[in-house]
Design a protein around this ligand. Structure first.
Ligand SMILES: [Ca+2]
Ligand SMILES: [Ca+2]
Length: 176
């Protein structure tokens, strides 16, 4: 019985010696952690402030283009070669300044470099740039996105200055 008690006492002393450093380290952890958190929290806030004040990025003009897409109704089984797109820019901007190679449909499909044409397809006095897209790629993308009866096709691109972007869309009907 005494041996058992002595064993208990030794065990208790041993435990208190073993636990004390852990307790200390826990205390030091809990006291340093909030400081570290404060330090790691602050820089991102500052970064956000910097990006908010980052004027040049926000000054890049984003033009709203008027887009007309033909055909108005697209048969997903169509073997046609092209989707034709007419792009008008707001007054003060010239369609001749459009970087044709930058034009994308749905942000993924590049325009064909040829044929293109500058004219006034809708006879509204505003010049429009005609470009064409590979119809099969457009059909594949519509099927990939899950075909719906009406699909909004967004056209985007950049002017030759490399920083003025434009964007617009037209909605077509889908037969499948
Ligand atoms: Ca149309
Ligand atoms: Ca026009």
């Amino acid at each position: 019985m005494r041996k058992y008690l002595a064993g208990l006492i030794i065990f208790a002393i041993g435990m208190s010696i073993a636990v004390t450093p852990i307790a200390f380290s826990l205390i030091s952890f809990s006291s340093t952690n909030p400081v570290e958190d404060d330090e790691t929290d602050k820089p991102p806030e500052q970064d956000q402030e910097y990006s908010d004040n980052d004027g040049p990025k926000k000054e890049k003009p984003k033009l709203k283009a008027i887009i007309e897409i033909n055909p108005d109704t697209l048969n997903l089984k169509s073997k046609g070669k092209w989707i034709t797109v007419f792009i008008e820019l707001p007054s003060g901007y010239d369609i001749q300044d459009i970087d044709v190679g930058s034009i994308l449909l749905l942000g993924t499909i590049p325009t064909e470099e040829h044929p293109t044409n500058e004219g006034d397809n809708d006879n509204d006095g505003v010049p429009d740039l005609m470009v064409k897209f590979n119809r099969q790629l457009v059909i594949e993308e519509i099927i990939y996105q899950g075909p719906q009866e009406y699909v909004e096709l967004e056209i985007s691109g950049v002017l030759n200055d490399g920083k003025t972007t434009f964007k617009g869309s037209d909605t077509i009907k889908v037969n499948f």
